[in-house]
Ligand binder design. Sequence first.
Ligand SMILES: C[S@@+](CC[C@H](N)C(=O)[O-])C[C@H]1O[C@@H](n2cnc3c(N)ncnc32)[C@H](O)[C@@H]1O
Length: 208
Amino acid sequence: MDTPTIEYYNQNAPNLAETYGIVGGAWHNRLNHALRRAETVLDIGCGTGRDLAHVLMSGKDAYGADPSAPMLEEAANHLSSMGLDATGRLFQTGLPEPAGLPLTEFDAIVACASLMHLPSQDLATSLKSIHSLLKTGGVFLLLTPASRPQIDAGTRRDPTQRLFTELSREVLEPLLGETGFAIESTIAMPDGLGRAGYTWLSIQCLKK
Ligand SMILES: C[S@@+](CC[C@H](N)C(=O)[O-])C[C@H]1O[C@@H](n2cnc3c(N)ncnc32)[C@H](O)[C@@H]1O
């Protein structure tokens, strides 16, 4: 876990709830399709709960995990504003080794814009954790930056000091394969916030 990154989210949670809340569209279409057969879902790095609420609204048994308590507080507020009960659904934990989750195995795990905050040395352990938290045949759907302005080439940090580890298709696909996932689809996605210079990569895979 990267401390300056978590500190940024701790300090900015209320503003981010508003900013991130508008993402939907193409991302939610992809999410809906990936989760169509899932009943139990974990959103790892759930932040302010936009996707968790979306998945709960579709009737699934969904849970969110995030290391930032203020982000989880915003998630609880968001769920409640949608008429959803957040009790027992939000967990302050994160990768590489999430602890204290309510189920030992899920049908699907989603990581939307959270894996890039892992220090590169935590990536393999994090993918193993995700793999072991999935049922065989379970779906893992991720979204991570493909291009993003203002990342320092040396430190991999942006001006807010958040860490943005480079997770290209060339890095992720072989690592997912070695971890025991079969890739189902890899696609480029537009920025959900409409920002120029930001593009995203989404990989959907299955636990073999
Ligand atoms: C850009 S936000 C995305 C939040 C949410 N998934 C969304 O799409 O709106 C990144 C989130 O990743 C979380 N995060 C950072 N490091 C993490 C880690 N090691 N494990 C899990 N989540 C982490 C942050 O606290 C933050 O809530």
